[in-house]
Design a protein around this ligand. Sequence first.
Ligand code: MBD
Ligand code: FE
Length: 285
Amino acid sequence: MTSYTETSTAAASGASATERFQADKSPFAAVRDTPKERVDTLAREILDAVHATIRKHQVTYDEYNALKAWLIQVGEDGEWPLFCDVWVEHVVEEVASAHRHGSKGTIEGPYYAPNSPELGADAALPMRPGEPGTPLAWEGTITSTDGTPLEGAKLDVWHCDDQGLYSQFSEGQPEWNLRGTFTVGPDGRFKVRTIKPQPYQIPTDGSCGRLIDAAGWHAWRPAHVHVKVSAPGHELLTAQLYFPGDEHNDDDVASAVKPELMLAPVSQPDGSLSVEYSFVLDPIG
Ligand code: MBD
Ligand code: FE
């Protein structure tokens, strides 16, 4: 029998997120030429901040040993991708995108899978027969900051299902369920047919869940649709779109909600949702 708790374990999602991240060897190559002075500054200032916290709060050996054990366990659970993307990535994204004039972005998170099925400009995402959830029809355009439609631009979409589970990072869904890549024509337009995802809860049985529990936090992200939007000569845009009224829009555990990323879906007579949301990409340079 398959249940929500059995398919959303820390082990299932953590192992695949870690494997996938390690399979990509470019993270180290990209910083090969970082000067020693910069590594020294960053490492020292982070350690200084840790030391200052220990002094300020008179951290004990029991607390220090619990921290060591917890850090080891995060790795064993495969939850470093989750930890980093939930509690750190949003500030990296803020710094990286501050110069942009086009659409707002936000964090990628740990559950992206590259090379999703190519679907053309107007299609339904891959779905199981009778995929549960409210049908969502989303149309928009991809343009440059000067308003020109970007023929050939790609919109890579991924989101969780009606149970808050991502294909490839939990059991029970076909490989590319609710993942696909759209390519726009000369008019820059796309149309995505899918279902509205549900809010996502960080696995409660792993180390990140244990921290959340011990600190009295909550484990929820509001419902969201992930995108990567790309076009030749333009900066890659990574974003997530949110739904008005979600109870976690104001207290996302991953701090990744921005007002510019809020959809304005309209309920149709048949109960489905339709929405218009477009992207503006920044030219490189
Ligand atoms: C998610 O689905 C997500 O988008 C992020 C940022 C972190 C954990 C799970
Ligand atoms: Fe997500």
